[in-house]
Design a protein around this ligand. Structure first.
Ligand code: JFZ
Length: 431
């Protein structure tokens, strides 16, 4: 008996260590991580069949629609105003360094000419053009990194798990028990994306839809890294980092916070880059009633506050069914670009600030330069709790000296007038 137990123990240890071999990122991958961390700002694009209904990307499940009826909308998908060059240019001018496009969302519709299904933009729509390919090409041309969102959840296939969200969809056949075939399908599609479209990062989403089943996720990650070692992998599973992931995602929250309710128990990794995704208005996919856009002031401060945590902002836009980016979103892109062209040096390539968010603002650091971002100060003085030695202080804008006094807890900045504006930046030189 004892012998038997030790043998089973040995075997199970051997099997688990085989399945969970510790992932070692390649040199190219580590370089890509650094570039990603330095880039600080990307644009998320939720665009798919759901855009036609203009009710957001969850409409199929939330509306308890029939899958067969929903699928028919593909025959009306004709984004005649889509212009990859114009999209990428507007995004580049905003100061963003990468885009992340939904290649396939939970409705299962593929936005590229996939060999593994006819439910895709080329085979199922009168438009018939591969928008993913056009965007990949433009990003390369204009120098933006190209990331792809890929959903693990699928609300149409019978080999996808029964789940909270997919069970609401009506008119489907029951689960056929065959995750194996779905797993193969996903891996085939991923291989296609990696080899044909030169993807810089994969952004997974959907594992929260069904906990406690074996997604074989580490096997999938290993497969991806075997095909393209430098491709970064992130997953919006709302869990702590899983072996094989190259960056960590936080949904609608700053790393370490849980105001939106998705990040409970999501410990913050200190080895990989971090990214917070957030909407520009309220919904991810285009929703006609959703016109509550966040102000440029809010978005700039949000970006800087995320940088203070050492993380990136992935800011979402839901393109319209006609293929245009909403005018309001274009305005925000333009204004963020104007701000970043002036002050981007205090954001790009920075690491977390020495002082975390305060009522008055945040900080970011680049080498021996510490940037004090003042959003809201009522007085002409600002006490900064610092353990480093400050040798110089001046305004970032016009390099005018700012008086400061050393004291026990750090320094006190002294201004002639109360700082104002979106972000009043003081640069400190530290030792
Ligand atoms: C997920 C997607 O469902 C959503 O459509 C969008 O793509 C976003 C970026 O990522 O968001 C979620 C994930 C989980 C829940 C809700 C939204 N959840 O568990 O309720």
């Amino acid at each position: 008996m004892k012998k038997f137990i030790s043998l089973t123990l040995l075997l199970s240890v051997a099997i688990t260590s085989f399945a969970q071999q510790k992932y070692t990122p390649s040199e190219g991958n580590i370089k890509a991580r650094q570039e990603f961390a330095d880039s600080k700002f990307g644009i998320f694009l939720h665009w798919g069949l759901y855009s036609i209904f203009a009710q957001g990307e969850w409409y199929l499940s939330k509306g308890k629609l029939s899958h067969a009826e929903y699928k028919k909308s593909a025959d009306a998908f004709y984004p005649h105003r889509f212009d990859a060059k114009a999209w990428v240019k507007a995004i580049k001018d905003s100061g963003a360094k990468y885009i992340c496009l939904t290649s396939r969302h939970h409705d299962g519709f593929s936005m590229w000419d996939t060999k593994y299904s006819d439910y895709d933009i080329v085979d199922a729509t009168p438009y018939g053009k591969d928008v993913l390919k056009a965007l990949a090409k433009e990003c390369k041309k204009q120098g933006l990194k190209f990331h792809l969102y890929y959903s693990h959840a699928d609300w149409g296939r019978t080999d996808y798990w029964p789940s909270r969200s997919s069970d609401k969809v009506t008119g489907k056949d029951k689960f056929d028990g065959g995750y194996e075939s779905y797993f193969k399908f996903m891996n085939n599609q991923l291989e296609e994306l990696l080899t044909k479209y030169d993807v810089d990062a994969l952004w997974f989403d959907g594992m929260w839809d069904r906990r406690s089943v074996n997604w074989r996720i580490e096997e999938q990650y290993a497969h991806i890294h075997a095909i393209k070692p430098e491709c970064l992998i992130g997953n919006n599973h709302h869990l702590p980092l899983i072996n094989g992931e190259d960056f960590q995602i936080f949904e609608r929250d700053l790393p370490g916070e849980n105001k939106a309710g998705y990040s409970k128990g999501q410990t913050v990794s200190n080895i990989v880059p971090l990214e917070t995704c957030q909407t520009m208005n309220g919904m991810w996919g285009y929703k006609v009633a959703d016109q509550e856009y966040k102000s440029t002031e809010y978005l700039v401060r949000y970006l800087v506050s995320i940088a203070c945590k050492g993380a990136n902002l992935l800011l979402n836009i839901g393109p319209q069914p006609n293929g245009e980016l909403p005018a309001e979103a274009l305005d925000r892109l333009k204004e963020m670009g104007e701000w970043l062209r002036k002050y981007g040096d205090t954001v790009y390539g920075t690491t977390a600030g020495d002082i975390q968010a305060q009522e008055w603002g945040v900080t970011t650091r680049k080498g021996n330069r510490l940037f004090v971002h003042i959003f809201d100060l009522k007085e002409k003085e600002l006490q900064l709790p610092l353990s480093c030695k400050v040798t110089k202080a001046y305004t970032f804008e016009d390099k005018k000296d700012v008086q400061f006094e050393k004291n026990e807890n750090g320094i006190t900045l002294k201004f002639d007038t109360v700082p104002s504006g979106i972000d009043y930046i003081v640069e400190l030189i530290t030792e």
